[in-house]
Design a protein around this ligand. Structure first.
Ligand code: PEP
Length: 252
């Protein structure tokens, strides 16, 4: 089954309102030209409303970098799925390694958020990945398997594979310039797809999109995208400049 590739920008904690507007205005025509690829930008809450407003009716999918699974209440500092949708978000990153490592997000929390995003109709992009120590000690697959399984266990009933995206992001490759080799990316993502096949069957495994993230840049995107199980990229540093992200969109 042919899966539609996705190129996704993660701005992290960057960009003022003015910078976000300039970037979005420059990205929209590039996304319109790039047929056959979904283009998503995961932006800070402070600019989400504006990026979503500018992107409405264009191929650019505006997304948030986080949310909380309850809809409202005494959760100081948090925003909910209905709040994201109210300002036009269509997707959300869940369980990015920076959320897991710096803000101590657990597998259980990531699973609850994924369920809530799906129920709300937001596209969850669920991140997983291992540390350098876990890879060097041979424990890499156990970590990834636990992260993916806990998410899938939380999802009851049939789940449409097109409504959820996973991103394999080895922590040692994020923001370090140290990219996983295309073979290592394929190995991990192929294993994730096999696990999803075991857990949810062929239709789910063949339609779910799995991205690679970790120092993706215009110089290495082609060999990464050439891997059979890699359906796109989740890009931090190289997505901050719209010219560079535009090249990645074209390459996808
Ligand atoms: C990310 O933030 O998801 C990421 C992969 O960052 P970078 O591309 O900078 O490694």
């Amino acid at each position: 089954m042919a899966r539609r590739p996705i190129m996704a920008a993660n701005w992290k904690m960057n960009k003022t309102l003015r910078e976000a507007e300039d970037y979005t205005a420059a990205l929209i025509p590039r996304a319109e030209q790039a047929e056959g690829v979904d283009v998503a930008v995961f932006v800070p809450f402070t600019v989400l409303n504006e990026v979503a407003r500018m992107s409405a009716g264009t191929p650019v999918i505006a997304g948030a970098q986080n949310f909380y699974y309850e809809d409202s209440g005494a959760y100081t500092g948090e925003v909910s799925a209905p709040m994201l949708q109210d300002v036009g978000a269509r997707a959300v990153l869940i369980g990015h390694s920076e959320r897991r490592e710096i803000f101590s997000e657990s597998d259980d929390l990531v699973a609850k958020k994924t369920k809530r995003a799906l129920d709300a109709g937001l596209l969850p992009v669920v991140c997983c990945g291992e540390t350098k120590e876990e890879r060097d000690s041979g424990g890499f697959w156990e970590k990834i398997k636990t992260q993916i399984s806990s998410v899938m266990d939380a999802l009851e009933g049939d789940v449409d594979g097109e409504k959820i995206v996973f991103a394999y992001e080895p922590i040692w490759a994020i923001g370090t310039g140290d990219t996983a080799s295309p073979e290592d990316a394929q190995d991990a993502i192929g294993k994730i797809r096999d696990l999803l096949r075991e857990l949810r069957g062929d239709a789910f495994a063949d339609s779910v999109r799995i991205l690679y993230g970790g120092s993706v840049k215009p110089e290495n995107i082609e060999e990464i995208m050439a891997q059979p199980d890699v359906d796109g990229g989740l890009v931090g540093g190289a997505s901050l400049d719209v010219e560079s992200f535009g090249k990645l969109v074209e390459a996808a």
